[in-house]
Ligand binder design. Structure first.
Ligand code: ZN
Length: 423
């Protein structure tokens, strides 16, 4: 029986005939095609024209790889002459599956964007080979808007304002404005160059008024300028300090205390005992429920040496439990106040910075208890923002930043090969 070693697969590009295929010595597959479309649209008058006028220079477009081979499509675009326009100008025919001036087919561009989700330009260039960052930026520009398109945005009532640093330790934070839609999807609305009240207020005012009126909840960090701007532009919205921002503060306080206690213990304890206090950072930071048995051992050892640290640890876990389980604002306020009394009754001073914040922001922190159940908003948002924050280091151009975050948030929905309805 004769051996069969090749297969035929449809090329799936509309309006073409395959003329030839060739595998080069570099194992690239070059597919020569010609257009079967008998007309073009006159670039001057916009009418359909069918007077063939020869071929344009050949173009070579990179396409989706096949069986690990880099694939190129070669085409000589047809030209047509317009009988309606003065001087009978010619127009080069444009087929649906590529964009003028792009060195790639649209299908390959979509794949590049998919690869770029949560990745970096240089990494994608390395993986694809024979591809420069500029070509990739061109793809981004062709597929991703640099600003939100309000017309296609689903309705939403929850808005989030969050700052991200583009460089560790630098105070050039930008503000990321996001919308959480009822179906759970997160959409990027804008990136603001700074977090002053004027900048935030002007941006909020710039939203279409129907969108503005629909906003019921705004999640922010404890930052006066946000609150002032939101109160002015969105008076109907409840301001919620989300638990993740709150947690950052009280957890930081306890972390500093841990460092301080470790330093003290290392000095005071005999060397042999001090040695046993290694590797306690993560056991101490992790949630109790997530501790492995050996981590629990290390944590217990540390806490046994410092009863004060144990108190601080317990209070921290207690506060987290309050945020986990409370479902109404009244109960939340009651429990926060009870927790506060407990801290004051203890000899601990490590929570002093947090208590100060709590005094100022108590009411808005407690708004979280009212809203988190119905919106389910903050959890998803913050997990995504955590990832995004890391991505923004080194991207200084706000336009690129907008495109890249949009790609991360919406890329799978928009560019996955199985056609899924968009918006
Ligand atoms: Zn014309």
């Amino acid at each position: 029986m004769p051996k069969r070693t090749s297969i035929a697969i449809p090329l799936d590009l509309p309006d073409i005939d395959v003329l030839r295929t060739e595998i080069t010595t570099r194992r690239e597959l070059v597919i020569g095609v010609e257009s079967t479309l008998p007309t073009a649209t006159c670039h001057r008058c916009g009418q359909t024209i069918d007077r063939f006028y020869g071929y344009d220079r050949p173009i070579r477009l990179r396409h989706l790889p096949i069986l690990g081979m880099v694939v190129y499509i070669e085409l000589r675009p047809k030209r047509f002459r317009c009988p309606f326009c003065e001087g009978q100008p010619t127009t080069t025919q444009q087929l649906d599956w590529y964009t003028p001036k792009s060195p790639f087919t649209k299908a390959y561009e979509r794949q590049l964007l998919l690869t770029l989700i949560n990745g970096t330009l240089s990494d994608v260039c390395l993986k694809e080979g024979d591809l420069g960052p500029d070509a990739l930026l061109g793809v981004i520009d062709r597929w991703l808007d640099a600003a939100v398109d309000w017309r296609v945005l689903p309705a939403f009532s929850v808005l989030g304002l969050d700052e991200i640093a583009r460089k560790k330790g630098h105070r050039d934070d930008v503000v990321v404005v996001t919308a959480q839609c009822p179906d759970g999807t997160l959409h990027l609305l804008g990136i603001l160059p700074d977090r002053t009240k004027a900048t935030v207020r002007n941006w909020l005012f710039g939203m279409p008024s129907a969108v503005r009126r629909g906003i019921r909840t705004v999640c922010v960090d404890m930052w006066e300028a946000y609150v002032n701007a939101v109160e002015e532009v969105l008076p109907q919205a409840a301001i919620v300090i989300d638990r993740f921002h709150v947690a950052q503060h009280y957890r930081d306080d306890v972390d500093s205390f841990r460092k301080q206690e470790l330093k003290r213990l290392r000095k005071e304890l005999p060397k042999q005992d001090a040695k046993r206090l290694k590797h306690t950072l993560w056991p101490f930071r992790k949630r109790k429920a997530n501790l492995e048995p050996d981590e629990q051992d290390r944590l217990d050892r540390l806490l046994a040496y410092s009863p004060a640290l144990e108190d601080a640890y317990d209070l921290r876990e207690e506060l987290t439990a309050i945020f986990d389980t409370t479902r109404s604002k009244a109960a939340g306020l009651r429990r926060l106040k009870a927790w506060r009394h407990k801290v004051e009754a203890s000899a601990l001073t490590c929570f002093a910075p947090f208590l100060k914040l709590l005094d100022t922001w108590m009411d808005r922190i407690a708004n979280y208890f009212r809203h988190h159940q119905s919106s389910g908003f903050v959890e998803g948002l913050n997990n995504k923002l955590k990832v995004l924050k890391r991505r923004c280091y080194g991207i200084y151009n706000l336009r690129h930043l907008f495109q890249r975050i949009t790609l991360d948030l919406e890329g799978y929905r928009r560019f996955r090969p199985t056609p899924t309805p968009t918006h």
